[in-house]
Design a protein around this ligand. Sequence first.
Ligand SMILES: [Zn+2]
Ligand SMILES: [Zn+2]
Ligand SMILES: [Zn+2]
Length: 154
Amino acid sequence: MLTKADRVAEAFREFSARNTKQRQAIADGIVALGEAGKAFPAEALLTELRLASPGIGRATVFRAIDKLARLKILDRIDFADGERWYRLCDSPAHHHHLTCRVCHRVVELELCLPKAKIEAIERKERFTIEDHEISLFGLCEKCSKKASPRMAQD
Ligand SMILES: [Zn+2]
Ligand SMILES: [Zn+2]
Ligand SMILES: [Zn+2]
């Protein structure tokens, strides 16, 4: 199985044969954040990359993120508070997410819609369904303890 770093490197090769220094820096930055299992806003990656290479362009970084998201190497995570972050997930296969609306913790879920139900919707609505999204939102254990301190004392 390909590692996260392999998946990113392969995707970068796919969208350009030229492996510029900048592109390598972006790939490394994404892998570093992704290996830690962290989700991140595009802006945070830019800030991180500029520590080492101050000249790196915003458009270049954002374009790379967008392309990786299109290739489904990076998952787009839309949080309940309207923030959009990105994540290099463990599973390269189709999956969904459970997210904490306070600390932005992300859990990968194997849950999906039953195929038969999607096909029934296609027939009924006369649609060709190409893709779908399911997001589960809520409070993680840590954040729900903070939200109700009385429960934490038990
Ligand atoms: Zn994911
Ligand atoms: Zn939380
Ligand atoms: Zn699904």
